[in-house]
Design a protein around this ligand. Structure first.
Ligand SMILES: [Zn+2]
Length: 161
C-alpha cells in the first residue's frame, strides 16, 4: 500500500497531502500556484521522527551548534462546525489540501479501462463542495512488456479534507 505524503508548500506553507505515487513529480501548489516538488515518502516507521539526525562524528573540539527552532503552524485554530454559506466554506484555508492523482495506466483491468469510473467514484466520495480543482496530468511510465517509456495521461484532483 502506498502511503500518502504530507508536506508543506515551501512558498506559502499550505499543508498538502499527496498520494505516494506522486513522489518526485512537480505540481502547481493549489494554494499559491508555485511549482512544488513532491518529496519522497518517509521510509521509517510511522512513529519514528521525521528526520533523525545522522550520527555526528566525534568533534575535534567542543563546539556549540545552534539548533534551529522548528516553526510550527498553530494547532490552536478553532474549527467551528457551524453551517456557513458555501462560498465562505470554499475559501477556508485551515483545512489540509489533499492532492490525489489518478493515472490511467493504473486503472486498467483485463480488457477494461476503469479510469473514468474510478475518478467519478472518487469525486463523488469527496463531495462537490470539497473539490478545489481537477486538472489533467501527463506522465511517463516504463512499459514492462516492451521496456519503452510511454506517455499517458491522468487527472489530478485537489480537494480539502
Ligand atoms: Zn503554495
Amino acid at each position: 500500500m502506498i502511503m500518502d505524503i504530507a508536506f508543506k508548500c515551501p512558498a506559502c506553507n499550505q499543508e498538502l497531502e499527496v498520494d505516494g505515487s506522486a513522489a518526485g513529480s512537480t505540481i502547481d501548489c493549489p494554494s499559491c500556484s508555485n511549482p512544488v516538488t513532491v518529496p519522497a515518502p518517509e521510509t521509517e516507521e510511522e512513529n519514528a521522527p521525521a528526520s533523525a539526525p545522522p550520527p555526528a562524528p566525534p568533534p575535534a573540539e567542543e563546539k556549540h551548534f545552534s539548533v534551529p527552532v522548528r516553526e510550527h503552524a498553530s494547532d490552536e485554530v478553532l474549527i467551528k462546525k457551524t453551517n456557513r454559506p458555501l462560498e465562505v466554506a470554499a475559501k477556508e484555508s485551515d483545512k489540509t489540501l489533499r492532492i490525489k492523482s489518478f493515472k490511467r495506466s493504473d486503472c486498467q483491468e483485463v480488457g477494461r479501462d476503469r479510469f473514468d469510473e474510478i475518478v467519478s467514484m472518487f469525486l463523488e466520495k469527496v463531495g462537490q463542495t470539497n473539490i478545489v480543482n481537477v486538472s489533467p496530468i501527463n506522465y511517463s511510465y516504463l512499459d514492462l512488456s516492451t521496456r519503452t517509456l510511454l506517455t499517458d495521461y491522468g487527472v489530478m484532483v485537489v480537494y480539502r479534507g
